[in-house]
Design a protein around this ligand. Structure first.
Ligand code: F6R
Length: 247
């Protein structure tokens, strides 16, 4: 089978994270005012850690970089410990020399959510578009919070999270009731407009989603399968996540 995506398989999580950081840093070296699309979650933590190290050792400079995050929980304030605003500050932004005005995340507390989503799209467009989009992947093949469904959103919008995703996310909350059921997410069209995409996956829990992403049909039931339609996608996997890919 011909695979259109570039696939890098690394020994383990740590080397996967280093490879991803190298690709991000390389992009910033080539274009100082790079526009990065960023993801949260457990998977990119090692990549952020490595990028912080590279910054501290003078290997990369984020002073002209702009960032747009993929998603944020609906009605979770930015200072909530589980918000993606907080996650990004703690794990990346506060350790590097990015300018506050160059950081963008959707505002899950906005009074007018529709307007917020429209403005987010406009801001991405006004920045010149995403040069490099970093993605994680859900066990069900979601990217951003574009969940498997009959149809997918093109633009940034408010979405219902699936039961499965709510359950997976509950590991960070003290009770099921606290886990947000909705999120703002960049849409599939916006993701696919990025010039380059890297998707990180680690662990055997992601193996099936990765197999379906790479070898399956393009279907709204596996949103990540739409990446097959993009001309410049690189998957960075550890061996466990790559274990079900068939030649
Ligand atoms: C988060 C995001 C999600 C995660 C996915 C995997 O910003 O867009 O699609 O990438 O849920 O999460 P982890 O890495 O925690 O397994």
């Amino acid at each position: 089978m011909v695979k259109l995506m570039r696939i890098i398989v690394e020994e383990d999580y740590q080397s996967m994270s280093k490879k991803a950081a190298l690709l991000v840093a390389g992009q910033v070296l080539l274009k100082a005012d790079t526009v990065l699309g960023l993801a949260t979650g457990s998977t990119p933590l090692g990549m952020y850690k490595e990028l912080v190290r590279m910054y501290q050792e003078g290997e990369v400079d984020f002073s002209a970089v702009k960032t747009f995050n993929l998603d944020e929980y609906y009605l979770l304030p930015p200072d909530d410990l589980q918000s993606y605003h907080y996650f990004m500050q703690e794990n990346f932004f506060k350790h590097i020399n990015i300018r506050a005005e160059n950081i963008h995340l959707p505002d899950g507390m906005a009074a007018d959510i529709e307007e917020e989503c429209m403005q987010y799209e406009k801001a991405i467009e006004a920045s010149g578009g995403i040069d490099l989009q970093v993605l994680g992947i859900g066990e069900n093949g979601h990217i951003g919070f574009n969940e498997p469904a009959e149809s997918l959103n093109v633009y940034t919008g408010l979405v219902n999270l699936t039961e499965e995703t709510i359950k997976v996310n509950s590991r960070f909350f003290s009770s099921m009731e606290e886990v947000p059921q909705k999120a703002l997410t960049v849409g599939m069209g916006t993701i696919l407009k990025a010039r380059r995409i890297i998707l990180l996956a680690s662990g055997e829990k992601k193996a099936k989603a990765i197999r379906d992403t790479v070898c399956g049909q393009v279907t709204t039931q596996v949103p990540s399968s739409f990446l097959q339609l993009h001309p410049d996608v690189t998957l960075i996997l550890d061996q466990a996540a790559a274990s079900l890919i068939v030649d």
